[in-house]
Design a protein around this ligand. Structure first.
Ligand code: NI
Length: 269
C-alpha cells in the first residue's frame, strides 16, 4: 500500500470519530485555503508487541525516518516523531506510548490483558492504526485506567485509531497567524481547548499549537455503553531555526497540555 493510501485510510477512520474535522477543513477551503497536514498523532502502550518502536516499523518500511524523542513526565509518556523527508508536505507521524510500568499493579494488569489480544503480525500491518479496538474491555476495566490516566482510558476505549490530525498553519494564507485562525474558527462556532491558554508554545520555542475540544462518542463496553471524549483537530504553526529551516519537532511542555483535549473531566466542563 502506498503512503498516500495509508494516510487517506487513517483520515477516513479519524473522521468517523471526529466528523467536525471535515467541517473545519470545508470552512477553510471555502476561504480559499489549501490544507496541508502537519502531523498525525498515534497512541500506544509501552508493552510487548505494541511498544512504540514496534508500531513505528510499518512507517519506517514506507520510507519514514525516525527523528526526535520526547518525554512527558506528568503524563508518563514517551514519544518519537517520524518524517517523510522525500516530501515535506507528507505529514509527520508522532507516536507516543504510555509508560505502563509507572502505574499501579491493577492498572498494569488491565493493560496487559488488553494487549494479550494482539499479535505481532497485526501490529506490523499498514492498516493497524485504523484497525479500531482489538480487545474486549469492560466498564470497570475502563474505570480502573481512568482513575490514573485519561490517556490509558482513551486507549482502552478507542484502540488503534488516529488521535488527531493537524492543519499546518504555515500553509494557510489569510489565516497564517494562529490568533487570527483561532478567532476565525470560534466565529464559525468551533470550540477550542483553552486548558493552559488557547495557544500552546510560542515563537521562541519555534512552535505554536491550538486544538479543538474532543467531541464525545458512545463507546460499547462488554457490560454497557458510555460516552467518552474521542478525538480533536489540531493547528500548528512552525517557526524557522537560526539555520532558516522550519523547526519540525515537538515541545514536551505544550503537548502535556494538548493531551488534555481528550481528558474526560476537562471535556465535560
Ligand atoms: Ni499534535
Amino acid at each position: 500500500m502506498s503512503i498516500q493510501n495509508v494516510l487517506e485510510n487513517m483520515w477516513r477512520d479519524y473522521l468517523l470519530l471526529n466528523p467536525e474535522a471535515q467541517r473545519v477543513v470545508d470552512t477553510l477551503l471555502a476561504e480559499g485555503e489549501r490544507i496541508v497536514n502537519d502531523h498525525i498523532a498515534l497512541r500506544t502502550f509501552n508493552v510487548g508487541v505494541v511498544a512504540l518502536e514496534e508500531c513505528a516499523k510499518p512507517f519506517l518500511a514506507l520510507g519514514y525516518e525516525e527523528k526526535d524523542e520526547y518525554f512527558f513526565e506528568a503524563k508518563k509518556l514517551r514519544a518519537k516523531h517520524y518524517e517523510y523527508t522525500a516530501d515535506p508536505n507528507t505529514p509527520k507521524i508522532f507516536i507516543s506510548e504510555l509508560l505502563v510500568n509507572e502505574f499501579s499493579i491493577d492498572f498494569q494488569a488491565v493493560v496487559n490483558s488488553l494487549v494479550s489480544y494482539i499479535s505481532d503480525d497485526q501490529v506490523q500491518q499498514t492498516d493497524f492504526f485504523h484497525s479500531g479496538r482489538p480487545w474486549n474491555v469492560s466498564l470497570s476495566q475502563h474505570e480502573t485506567l481512568l482513575g490514573e490516566s485519561d490517556y490509558g482510558a482513551w486507549m482502552a476505549a478507542i484502540g488503534y485509531r488516529p488521535n488527531h490530525f493537524t492543519v499546518s498553519i504555515n500553509n494557510l494564507k489569510k489565516y497564517s497567524d494562529i490568533h487570527t485562525l483561532n478567532d476565525f474558527l470560534k466565529s464559525k462556532g468551533f470550540k477550542l481547548n483553552s486548558s493552559g491558554g488557547e495557544v500552546k508554545g510560542a515563537p521562541h520555542v519555534f512552535l505554536e499549537q491550538s486544538s479543538t475540544v474532543a467531541n464525545k462518542v458512545g463507546v460499547e463496553f462488554t457490560d454497557g455503553k458510555k460516552e467518552i471524549p474521542s478525538c480533536y483537530f489540531e493547528f500548528a504553526k512552525r517557526y524557522p531555526l537560526d539555520s532558516g529551516e522550519l523547526y519540525q519537532g515537538f515541545i514536551a511542555k505544550s503537548a502535556d497540555k494538548i493531551f488534555e483535549s481528550t481528558n474526560t473531566y476537562r471535556a465535560s466542563q
